[in-house]
Structures are given as C-alpha cells and as structure tokens.
Design a protein around this ligand. Sequence first.
Ligand SMILES: *[C@@H]1O[C@H](CO)[C@@H](O)[C@H](O)[C@H]1NC(C)=O
Ligand SMILES: *[C@@H]1O[C@H](CO)[C@@H](O)[C@H](O)[C@H]1NC(C)=O
Ligand SMILES: *[C@@H]1O[C@H](CO)[C@@H](O)[C@H](O)[C@H]1NC(C)=O
Ligand SMILES: *[C@@H]1O[C@H](CO)[C@@H](O)[C@H](O)[C@H]1NC(C)=O
Ligand SMILES: *[C@@H]1O[C@H](CO)[C@@H](O)[C@H](O)[C@H]1NC(C)=O
Ligand SMILES: *[C@@H]1O[C@H](CO)[C@@H](O)[C@H](O)[C@H]1NC(C)=O
Ligand SMILES: *[C@@H]1O[C@H](CO)[C@@H](O)[C@H](O)[C@H]1NC(C)=O
Ligand SMILES: *[C@@H]1O[C@H](CO)[C@@H](O)[C@H](O)[C@H]1NC(C)=O
Ligand SMILES: *[C@@H]1O[C@H](CO)[C@@H](O)[C@H](O)[C@H]1NC(C)=O
Ligand SMILES: *[C@@H]1O[C@H](CO)[C@@H](O)[C@H](O)[C@H]1NC(C)=O
Ligand SMILES: *[C@@H]1O[C@H](CO)[C@@H](O)[C@H](O)[C@H]1NC(C)=O
Length: 865
Amino acid sequence: METHNKNPVSASLASLVFLLYSFAQFCYAANDTIKQGESVRDGRSLISGNNVFELGFFSPGNSKFRYVGIWYKFDSKALVWVANRNMPISGRNGVLRIEADGKLVIHDGNNSLVWASNVPGSSNDSTAAKLLNNGNFVLTRNDSIGDTSRALWQSFDEPTDTFLPGMRVPLSSKRGEYQPYRSWKTPDDPSSGNYSLGVDPNGGQQIVIWDLNKRRRRWRSGHWNQQFFTGVPFMRNNASTLGGFHISQPDENGTMYITYTASTPDIYRFQIGWEGREQQSRWNPSKKEWDYLQSEPDPDNECELYNFCGNYSTCDRLDRRRCICLEGFRPKSQAQWDARNWSGGCVRKIDLRCPAANGTSVGKAKPDVFKKSRCTKLPDLATLLSSEGDVDACRTWCSENCSCIAFAFIPGIRCMIWTGDLVDMQYFHQRGSLDFFYRLHHSESDHGRKISNLAIVIISLVAAAFLVASLWLLWRYKTKLNGLSAVSSKPCCNDDDVAVFDVSKGKSKEFSTDLSGPADILKDGNQVHGPELQNFDFSTIATATNNFFEGNRLGQGGFGAVYKGVLPGGEQIAVKRLSGHSGQGLEEFKTEITLIAKLQHRNLVKLLGCSIQGEEKLLIYEYMLNKSLDNLLFDEAKKSELDWKTRLSIIEGIARGLLYLHRDSRHRIIHRDLKASNVLLDAEMNPKISDFGMARMFGGNQNEANTVRVVGTYGYMSPEYAMEGLFSVKSDVYSFGVLLLEIVSGQRNNSFRSFDHTSLLAYAWRLWSEDKVMDLVDPCIRDSCSPNEVLKCIHIGMLCVQDSPAHRPKMDAVMVFLESETATLPMPRKPTYTSLRTAVEEEYVLDGQEIVSSNDVTVTTIVGR
Ligand SMILES: *[C@@H]1O[C@H](CO)[C@@H](O)[C@H](O)[C@H]1NC(C)=O
Ligand SMILES: *[C@@H]1O[C@H](CO)[C@@H](O)[C@H](O)[C@H]1NC(C)=O
Ligand SMILES: *[C@@H]1O[C@H](CO)[C@@H](O)[C@H](O)[C@H]1NC(C)=O
Ligand SMILES: *[C@@H]1O[C@H](CO)[C@@H](O)[C@H](O)[C@H]1NC(C)=O
Ligand SMILES: *[C@@H]1O[C@H](CO)[C@@H](O)[C@H](O)[C@H]1NC(C)=O
Ligand SMILES: *[C@@H]1O[C@H](CO)[C@@H](O)[C@H](O)[C@H]1NC(C)=O
Ligand SMILES: *[C@@H]1O[C@H](CO)[C@@H](O)[C@H](O)[C@H]1NC(C)=O
Ligand SMILES: *[C@@H]1O[C@H](CO)[C@@H](O)[C@H](O)[C@H]1NC(C)=O
Ligand SMILES: *[C@@H]1O[C@H](CO)[C@@H](O)[C@H](O)[C@H]1NC(C)=O
Ligand SMILES: *[C@@H]1O[C@H](CO)[C@@H](O)[C@H](O)[C@H]1NC(C)=O
Ligand SMILES: *[C@@H]1O[C@H](CO)[C@@H](O)[C@H](O)[C@H]1NC(C)=O
C-alpha cells in the first residue's frame, strides 16, 4: 500500500485508498508491537503502522542463513537494518522475543542466544517493542510504548548500513570520527564488510566513507556550510530541493546531530553498499523501483576517490591531464606522473621561509606569500579557528603562524586553516566557487617572478646598503657600550669576542679538547660550534613587541620580563628585556650570551640574537608555542593535555638537555636554576631548557665550586647549595629530581609546603616507604600511564633528591636509567633536608639581602661565609 503516494489520482480512487489505509491501520495496529513474553517466530513479522516497514526473518540473496531484519513492505530486498548480522541462524526455527528481564533477544532453533539488545541496567520492568512508521524499532517500558525519548534501546542507535530519514547521527569533537554505518560483506552476506560510513567533526563537519581494508578514507563530502556539504556538486546545485540535511546546534555537551528531512513525501534511503559506495535512492511508486539519485564516490568520476591526485594536487575531471599540481609545486616523480600514476602527488618547488625552525631564516628575508586557489573542494584535515573575525583576521592569523600553510574563509564555516599537507582537492566547474589561500615562497608569487630580472641588481644594492648600515651600527654600539666592559666594543652577539668570565681562555681550550674525543657528542643534534647570532636593532624589536606592550608579556624570567614579538617577516620571537637599571642583570646578560651562543641542542632554547642600546639590553629567542611547563603542569584545566607519554618525553628531553650541559657541550655548564618555569615547550611539546642567566661554566677537572652569591629558586635548591653555597653538577641533578617529581605528580613542590607543612619530597618519601607510590601520580594520568615507567621515574626522582651529592646519580646515569628497561636502580635513602628548610628560609629572610620570596621567583642572596 503506497498511502503516501501523491501522484494524481481520481477522487474515487483517493477515497478507496483512504479506506484501505484506515483498514490497514486497524488491521495491522496490533502487529507493530510485541510485549513482554510475546515473540515473533520465523515466518511471522511485525509491520509498521503506516504499512511501510516490516520486521521479521529473512535470507538475503542466495544465502541459506536466516537473519532478523527490517525491510520495506513493498520491497523485501531493500533491507534497512539487520540485528544478528554477524551471527546467522541456520534453520527456520529462530525466534525474536522479549525476555523476563526486559531484554529483546533472538534465539536459534536450539534455543541458544544469537543476539540481545543492549539495555543499560536491565531491570525487571515490563517492556514492549514497537516498529515505528519511520523504520525505528524501539524498546521501552510498557507504559510508554513507541516513545523514542524514553527508549531503553532502539535500532536507530545501532544502524547497520542504511541511514534513514529520522535518524540522528551524533557529531562531537570529543567523540572524534564516528563510523556507525558498516557495509555488508557481499549482497548475500550482511556481516560487517570492508567499508564504513560516518562523520568527522574536525575542522568543519563532513561525511566520510572509510576503506577499512586499506585503512584510509575513500570519499568525503566536503565541509558543511550550514546549507550543504561543499564537496558534493549534486548538492551544491540542488541545495534547495534536495538539501534535506540539517546539523543541529551543539547541545550542552557540545554534541551536534545530523538529520535528514525529506522535502517531499517520497521515501528516501541512504545506504553504504558492499562495494563501498554510498547511494541515495528514492522509491518510485509508479515504476515500483528505486531511483538512484546519486552515488558517492561517483563511479564515473575518479576525482571523487579520496586524494586521487596525491598531495598538493587538484583533480579536474574535465581536464585531460586530470591531475594538476598547485602552482608552485611540481610532481614528486615526473616519470610516474607522465605515466598517469598520480599517487605520489606534488612537492614544493621552493621551500617556505617558514617554518623558522631552520635558523637560517631569521631577519629581513621577504615573507612568504599567499596564493589563491579557486573553485575547489577544499583540502581535507582542516582546523577550524573558533575566533571571531573576517577574512583579514583569518589571513593575519595564518601569516603569523608558521605552522599554518593555508587558510580559507567560507561563509557558514568561517576561518579554516591547514597545518599539514594539502590533500584531496578537486576542481569544480561550477558557479559559487570556494577559494582557499596557500602559502608559497615569495619568489613563486606572480609579483615575485616579474621582478626576478631585477633581483640581481636589487640584491647588490641591498647588500651595499646593508654593509653601510652594519658599519654604522657598529660605530654606534662602540660609542654606547661603555657600561659593558666584558662585551667590550663589539656587537653584543659575536660570540668569539665575548670574554668568558670565571674561566680562562686556556682552560676553555682544555675542555674542548677534552670533549673532542667521544663520537657521540655530535649525535643528538649537538653541535660544537654555536650559530652566528644576529644583532637586532632596538627599534625593530620595540616595534615587534608593540613597544613592550603589557599584553604581549609572556612572563617574568630571572632578571627581566619576557615579551612575545613578531618580526616584520612574520617570524615569532620571545624577547627578554633586562631590567634597565639593575646592575644585577648585566652579569646575567653577559653569561647568557656567552653560554647560549656556544650551545646548541634541541633541548635548549635557541638564542637568535640580541640588542643593546644604552640601558636597554635585549635577548631574542625562538618563540615557544606552548610557553613554559609550569603553565600547563600546574593548571587544573590544562594539565590533562600532558598525558603520560608526553610527560615522559618531557622528562627525557630535560635530561638530555641537562646531560648536554654537564658533559657534552664544549664547556661544562651548571644551570643552577632548573625549574618548571624555565622549561619551555614548543609546538610538539618538546621541552627546551631556558634562562641561562645564572649558569656557570666549569673547568674540566673542577667538580665543585663555591659561590658567595646563592642564586636559585626555593624548593629546587639542593641542601649543600642553599646552605653552604656549594654547587656542582649534582645540584642541577637535585633540581632535576624535584622537577621530575613535579611532572609525575602535577604538584608544585612549593605549593605543597604552603598548605601541608610538608614538601612534595617528604610526601613522596612517605608514599615510597609505605609502598603506595602510585598515589603520588597525578590523578589525571594515573589510569592511563604505564605503572612500570612511572615507578621507574619516581625511583629516579627519589635518587636525584638525595641529601648528599655523592648519593645522587650524574645525568649520564639518569639517562641510562631512563632509557634502560632492565637497569637496577640503587635504593634511595630518606631525605632529611626537607624538614630543615623552613629554618633555612628564615635565615635568608633575616639576612635581608635582595630577597624575593614569592613562590616561584628566583632568589638571590649573599651568604655570609
Ligand atoms: C497480526 O495479529 C493478528 C492478531 O493478533 C494475527 O491474527 C495475525 O496473524 C498477525 N499478523 C501477522 C502478519 O503476524
Ligand atoms: C543444534 O545443535 C546441534 C548440535 O549442536 C547442531 O547439529 C544443529 O545444527 C543445531 N541446530 C541449529 C538450528 O542451530
Ligand atoms: C529480576 O527477576 C529475577 C527472577 O524473577 C530475579 O532473580 C532478579 O533478582 C530480579 N532482578 C531485579 C533487578 O529485580
Ligand atoms: C505493563 O506490564 C505489567 C505486567 O505485565 C502490567 O501489569 C501493566 O498493566 C502493564 N502496563 C501497561 C501500561 O500496559
Ligand atoms: C539536481 O537534481 C536533478 C533531479 O532532481 C538532477 O537531474 C540533476 O542532475 C541534479 N543536479 C546535479 C548537478 O547533479
Ligand atoms: C550530557 O552528558 C551528560 C553526562 O554524560 C548526560 O547525562 C546528559 O544527558 C547529556 N545531555 C544531552 C543533551 O545529551
Ligand atoms: C574486502 O576485503 C577482503 C580481504 O582483503 C577482500 O578479499 C575482498 O575482496 C574485499 N571486498 C570488497 C568488496 O572490496
Ligand atoms: C605509482 O607511484 C608510486 C610512487 O609515486 C609507486 O610507489 C607505485 O608503485 C606506482 N604505481 C604504479 C602502478 O606504477
Ligand atoms: C635550512 O636551510 C638551509 C639553507 O636554505 C638548507 O640547506 C638546510 O637543509 C635547511 N635545514 C632544514 C632542517 O630544513
Ligand atoms: C599556530 O598553529 C598551531 C596549529 O594550529 C596552533 O596550535 C598554535 O596555537 C598557533 N600559534 C599561535 C601563536 O597562535
Ligand atoms: C600526503 O599527505 C599525508 C597527510 O599529511 C601524508 O600522511 C602522506 O605521507 C603524504 N604522501 C606523500 C606521498 O607525501
């Protein structure tokens, strides 16, 4: 009965249909529901009230197996749902019923369980199941039959391969990709096949077909622009009539739902076929067959296959070349490309100036440009910027962030950016193009190429101008640098000419020969010679930081504030501005230049250059996206971003950086102020040790030194250093131990002291001795971490904070412990220093010399010895 048929019919026929319809409603009313204790045997079925859907037992195609499913009453071959798809029943004695415990179950002829509805907290409530008019089979308590809002279970929540109008597909970035639809294996076998269909909420919502066999995407719809999916040409042109899709506003949990409402009374279905093709079809009642409206991916259009043309390449079905590299790109393999094998994709002709990780790009080089690409299915794997604003804000954001290689501003989606390779692009020959802009080296721009003839002339002119400018700057510094005796009259960053304090030149040579032996120095990205540092013009930096605008302030390092800045070329920098009038900063400034200029390791922050003008002393560093470790680690909201794997790699990175300072660099260096706020994190969460203002260099044979100035941070200072001013590599090891325990526990050593009168170390020792070390672990990683790794780390941490320097391991041993699965670690002894500390602190305060004693500020004091 096609009661929904709107074809013109005569009046009498219409009334007849109406009568039949009413009769059908009456007749079948009792047959769309089963109640507790009732069953549907093989051969019987339930029929929805509108006579459209039928639920019962069936055998697909030539299969001899029996399955329980839902199909259309008028086309029993069009299955929309299968209950026991992976558990076929042999023989015709299967039965579907509601058990005494309220569950819906299927038993085979031997009365063994084949399938059961998954009812949460199954009770003994009396239940009933009803086949609704939209094809949903709903289990509820018997006082609310058919009420989906009170469903205990419903077939729409466990779909097989068909999306029906009325279904809701949840989309939330928390859930990520969601693949509820799974193809049949073959037309005769409804068990789970090779393809799935679902949604990807990231970077704009889209529908995706996955090829589970090849573990990659097969097709995607393009992003939803509030009206249609932008990568489906059919929808673009037919949006008004065939749109039908709707994505709801996020609910309280941030979940949105895709729904489909047919704009005509026709019957629609969307099915992911066994051959990996999603088909939208509409029942044609007069021809008694399905009209196939569209197939995805279209079998006649290879451009629809996911990333058919490879990376950085656009597919154009009307172009004989088929795949075309983006401008500024060339085929990765020309031979394969000519042979019409496009899978290798394209690569850049000229590398970008960004990312600035390559130290050669600092300074005044021309910024990258953005090239417009028209009429495309936008690349996949976008990120949505939640920010407000317009296309200009989007462009600015992208040009300021080196990891952003393309952006688009699309009405209904807003600002999209791409940080990875540009994949799966398609050219549409249609109106209403979608444009995006991608980053190119400036010489690849139209403008860049036009002037390329002039380039040589200009370069010579610029070089000459630069020479003059440098000479002038040199002269200017010469006259201004009276106060900087150590740095003398040379540009501040020229490391060869900076006097090394504390250590004579002769001694420096000694350690460099000392270290030239072991080959492993050069492993780990170590480099014996430091990079050339650049002298920046003070006004350039002032402009870059918007005149040291408060809003650009990143934090307060030892002896100066740190600001974020953007150089004219778009490169982001961090600028440390030494407090102008404090004579104290000068020594640290010299130290930092002297030391950092000579050091290069991927776990040490990189100094790009410096600037001195009168009282103003600036150090310019690479910018660290994730700021300092304490920012994340001690922030309740953010600490969960640091999962155990990340934390372990941070611990290892710090250890490697410290080992390099202690052993592998040209000079033996003691940092003296290692703490969470001096560990910076880059975009990939790689830790970089910063703030060398207090570091000291050591002679090769010198193992311990004595200082009259005790500098460092409470809570990280080793007892012998805090009390006697003795420092050695082992005092850094102590700080490392404290830091390690902080990373594992997510607690500040200091904050502990303030509320509990005990320190993190004392607490750790107590748990250690009571064999409850796991209690120390940060609750937000406790369940996901590997207990063995965590225990090993805590053990290492306990060893590093031993009272006596002799009982602490050196960093090379720490590295071995961290990396080895089998190393036997010595047992730590009970630390006692912690109980002394309050007294120690008071002593400092009474001393009254330049003390800053807030929780995390570096302190300096003179110990009278
Ligand atoms: C529908 O229910 C009636 C009465 O309960 C029963 O006689 C009839 O066989 C059922 N029809 C089907 C198709 O199960
Ligand atoms: C019932 O069990 C017997 C023995 O285990 C088996 O041979 C037979 O095929 C089963 N029948 C059905 C319908 O599953
Ligand atoms: C449900 O009923 C069964 C048998 O009548 C009984 O054993 C069971 O404890 C009941 N469960 C609940 C949750 O009431
Ligand atoms: C639900 O089932 C119970 C037990 O079978 C019965 O007593 C009750 O009347 C039913 N309620 C409704 C609304 O049908
Ligand atoms: C739009 O829909 C009509 C049928 O409703 C179809 O014939 C036409 O091809 C569709 N347009 C596109 C571009 O697919
Ligand atoms: C949101 O999540 C909570 C907890 O998971 C749940 O109880 C609530 O029903 C959800 N709200 C909606 C609208 O789904
Ligand atoms: C599904 O994967 C299997 C195993 O790789 C393969 O043999 C089969 O041909 C695939 N089926 C389809 C429809 O691609
Ligand atoms: C196509 O090119 C890729 C590399 O670009 C190569 O791995 C693959 O074997 C090639 N396929 C054919 C059929 O030549
Ligand atoms: C950095 O740039 C230089 C010169 O352009 C180049 O030779 C080198 O390979 C680059 N290094 C990296 C890691 O990209
Ligand atoms: C740069 O882009 C990355 C990747 O999207 C993002 O995580 C980071 O926050 C951006 N940097 C800045 C300074 O906004
Ligand atoms: C293409 O880009 C994807 C995503 O970034 C990457 O995984 C893949 O390796 C790239 N393929 C080639 C051939 O470079």
